[in-house]
Write a protein that binds this ligand. Structure first.
Ligand SMILES: NC(=O)C1=CN([C@@H]2O[C@H](COP(=O)(O)OP(=O)(O)OC[C@H]3O[C@@H](n4cnc5c(N)ncnc54)[C@H](OP(=O)(O)O)[C@@H]3O)[C@@H](O)[C@H]2O)C=CC1
Ligand SMILES: CC(C)(CO)C(=O)C(=O)O
Length: 307
């Protein structure tokens, strides 16, 4: 019988970390959900509290030095800018049966985690349909969206997928299984390259790209560049992906902002390396012009942009 998922560890108590943590807490013993954070963060979280849509969350915090039973599931929910330190911090939680999910956007976080702990621990995931935001100690979201997860390329559910599926069923998390996650990660990269960068560029909300006009055209042009580059990389991605994501983009809450625009607003470094950074590098590799992403890369890496 597959080992059930009982001990869960989350690193990154921001928008998505709180969204998933608060959800799990409703259906699992609080001690079994460990939020990994350094002692400064833990002190801050305990003294200020952490709130999800106004409700206080009573999380169980553990520092990386504390000895714990290995996790059955680890979820990475930090931004790409702090991924290297987060990878080091989960060390004490990784055991032989640990499954690791990274809800980070982009197509490289799993590779970087796998390079340290081994690819055999990984499943692949995409968080979609939400624009959750944390400001100070308050996290808010209107839609929980879904967590799409699975193997990179498989014809049936692996044992890891079945274990996570049973857990998500137990805690009632909205999910979708997709065992072609290689293509799915690229498809999600395409939307982030379009939506996150355009809304971040104009320091706006989702509404900006939900209506016809220059920003929406800019978003679509950036997405087309991802398709061209992705196809050269052998990814199964096409204009159909744009049509699929436009439905999701148009259903996002108009007054919320994608994660990159939240970073811009807060003056934090952005995840431009995951988005335009990836596309510009691959454009060079394949001799393809990617002018919109070049413009974004330049914009988000100039000193005043926080990066
Ligand atoms: N927000 C959204 O709706 C969506 C986000 N994503 C992706 O998910 C990922 C996470 O995004 P999001 O939740 O918005 O990010 P946030 O910036 O809201 O949260 C990241 C959190 O990580 C914490 N953190 C940073 N470094 C460490 C560390 N070394 N140890 C412990 N905690 C740390 C920070 O804590 P502190 O606040 O204490 O500094 C911060 O709250 C990103 O890749 C994003 O692109 C994908 C889909 C939707
Ligand atoms: C696509 C979008 C905007 C919402 O799922 C996102 O991934 C983000 O905010 O980072």
């Amino acid at each position: 019988m597959n080992k059930p998922i009982q001990k869960v560890s989350i690193i990154g108590l921001g928008a998505l970390g709180i969204l998933y943590g608060e959800h799990f807490l409703r259906k699992m013993p609080a001690d079994d959900l460990r939020i990994i954070a350094d002692s400064d963060r833990v002190d801050r979280y305990k003294s200020e509290g952490i709130f999800c849509n106004g409700k206080a969350c009573d999380f169980n915090y553990v520092t990386p030095e504390e000895k714990v039973e290995p996790a059955d599931l680890i979820i990475f929910a930090v931004k790409y800018t702090t991924l290297p330190e987060a990878i080091r911090m989960v060390k004490g939680h990784v055991g032989p049966d640990t499954i690791i999910l990274s809800v980070l956007n982009g197509v490289v976080s799993e590779e970087e985690i796998g390079a340290v702990y081994g690819k055999e621990h990984l499943l692949y995931s995409v968080a979609q349909g939400m624009t959750a935001a944390k400001v100070g100690n308050q996290m808010s979201y209107k839609s929980k969206g879904i967590l799409c997860f699975g193997e990179l390329n498989a014809t049936e559910n692996s044992v890891k997928v079945e274990r996570v599926k049973s857990f998500f069923d137990q805690v009632d998390l909205p999910y979708e299984i997709n065992n072609r996650m290689h293509d799915k990660l690229w498809s999600k990269l395409m939307i982030n390259v379009g939506v996150n960068q355009t809304v971040g560029y104009f320091n706006a909300t989702n509404k900006l790209i939900q209506q016809p006009g220059k920003p929406r055209e800019m978003m679509l042009a950036a997405m087309e560049e991802v398709i061209e580059v992705g196809q050269r990389e052998g990814v199964g991605i096409s204009g159909d992906d744009i049509a699929y994501w436009l439905k999701i983009i148009d259903s996002l809450s108009p007054d919320e902002s994608p994660s990159m625009a939240q970073d811009v607003k807060a003056g934090r470094p952005t995840e431009v390396d995951l988005f335009a950074g990836t596309i510009v590098a691959l454009g060079k590799k394949h001799g393809l012009a990617v002018p919109v992403n070049e413009m974004f890369l330049e914009h988000f890496t100039k000193p005043a942009s926080g990066n």
